[in-house]
Ligand binder design. Sequence first.
Ligand code: ZN
Length: 224
Amino acid sequence: MGRQPTPIADRLINRSKFTSAGCLEWTGRKDRWGYGLMKIGGRHENGGKLCLVHRVAHETWVGPIPNGSFVLHRCDNPACIRIAHLWLGTHQDNMNDMVAKGRSAKGKKNGAYKYWKERRAASAANPNELWMKAKLDTTGLQWTRQAQWGWRLFDFWCHELGIAVEVDGPEHDQAKDAKRDAYNLKRSGILVLRVRNQNEGDAAKALADIQAACTWQERRRGRQ
Ligand SMILES: [Zn+2]
């Protein structure tokens, strides 16, 4: 009798580590794009099928990947296997994602990549974000800062309920964002909440809006 194969969940954990950015990063073999690779089904890594580790992670910890769906990264780290950083998307989402991250044929020269980089830089320096993080923490839910969805970058994202929060500052192109949200996000069951932080009264209103949205989304998803 040979040695029992190591369970896949153990292999995922053993070969990855948390980064300072909060990613659970695969430290084993990677493909040319930086996506983790592992062999499944063979003994002692001999034979078996070569699989993309972030897909394996999704199948192991979340569930089967529907036909035609892609497991995409919210973070800009293809080696990441953290479930909170992964999401299921369509082929079109995958294409948008690739363009946004500069992995398409045209790479970093294209406009979408630049937009995404600039947007992230602007948001990282936005004082509204710290203010909002304090509000969001009072909901008792987990909120991720700067979460990526397709080629959108949300200020805050709650994976559990599928709610994104955008703090509208002067640098946001609201009309453009709103139009894109209406088409793409509704289809995916994601709720995008826009809150303002311009005046004294905005804080209380924003918190009330967020709490109402959480309740609504919970009910919609049948969790109440
Ligand atoms: Zn990550």
